[in-house]
Design a protein around this ligand. Structure first.
Ligand code: NAD
Length: 261
């Protein structure tokens, strides 16, 4: 269990934060990792660090909202490694604002990265998996906000709920060729995405940054603790390496008890 020996794992948004740690953990488990990110320099650096540690990794430039770049990035992975066995659709951003102040452009940008990106990467990887008929795994990076809502996050909450529907549909359609699809739903993890939000939320809510962390982000956890990139990466490893269709179409909440389903 929890080995990915030789499996080709494409992780989007893997130049930073949660995706970067998933790529490292997958490489340590024997996976051949494709680091797909908007930021090619950071993706190259992450791939190089994995290779320096004895793992196998390549970087591809990919804006997940750009159909041509997704097609080319997945094709580059298949050209190099012959296949894609695992997709982690993880790339994401956050824009916080009151619903009444949200621009249509920001709404569309959020849905494009989280939902169009998940669709496009899923389609391209599934085409390879269907053709080979040797199974595979897709992991979507949802959020506690796949199950509940918070103020100021209308498009994020909408998109993260949408990923549950996509994962369940993929679980049904792709079971015929042995592909499983699941969603990880983390609580707050201290990454650049969250560090940026703390001062923004403090300003929007008119409270201190310490109060945002204590009274907004971690208020409903069982222990006042942040979830870590390792917590999420270890669950991502289990979902990638799990061997049967028994675990498909599910969402797993990793949030220090913030949300219990
Ligand atoms: P992060 O900012 O550290 O990393 C996100 C990465 O995605 C960056 O490398 C960025 O370049 C890349 N990216 C952004 N837009 C992209 C695009 N269009 N195409 C390709 N790559 C793109 O953020 P993170 O906290 O590691 O977030 C990763 C995922 O985890 C996101 O989907 C986020 O919603 C989700 N998540 C994060 C938290 C948290 O608390 N940090 C909690 C729940 C879910």
């Amino acid at each position: 269990m929890n080995r990915l020996d030789g499996k080709v794992c494409l992780v989007t948004g893997a130049a930073s934060g949660i995706g970067k740690r998933i790529a490292e953990v997958y490489a340590q488990a024997g996976g051949r990792v494709v680091i797909a990110d908007l930021k090619l320099d950071a993706a190259e650096a992450a791939a190089s660090a994995i290779r320096d540690a004895g793992g196998e990794a390549m970087a591809v430039a990919m804006d997940v909202t750009d159909e041509a770049q997704v097609v080319e990035g997945v094709a580059a992975a298949v050209a190099r490694y012959g296949r894609v066995d695992v997709l982690v659709s993880n790339a994401g951003i956050q824009i916080v604002n009151k619903l009444t102040d949200f621009s249509l452009a920001d709404w569309k940008k959020m849905l494009a990265i989280h939902l169009d990106g998940a669709f496009l990467t899923t389609r391209e990887c599934l085409r390879d998996m269907e053709r080979r008929g040797e199974g595979g795994a897709i992991v979507y990076m949802g959020s506690v906000h796949s199950h509940t809502a918070s103020k100021l996050k209308a498009p994020y909450v909408t998109a993260k709920h949408g990923l549950l529907g996509l994962a369940r549909t993929v679980a049904k359609e792709a079971a015929a060729y042995g592909v499983r699809a699941n969603v990880i739903c983390p609580g707050f993890v201290r990454t650049p995405l969250v560090d940026k939000q703390i001062p923004e939320q403090a300003q929007e809510l008119g409270i201190s940054e310490e109060a945002v962390v204590r009274d907004v982000m971690l208020k409903d956890t069982v222990d006042g603790e942040f979830t870590t990139v390792d917590d999420v990466a270890n669950v991502a490893l289990t979902l990638a390496a799990f061997e049967t269709n028994a675990l498909t179409g599910q969402s797993i909440v990793v949030s220090h008890g913030w949300f219990m389903q």
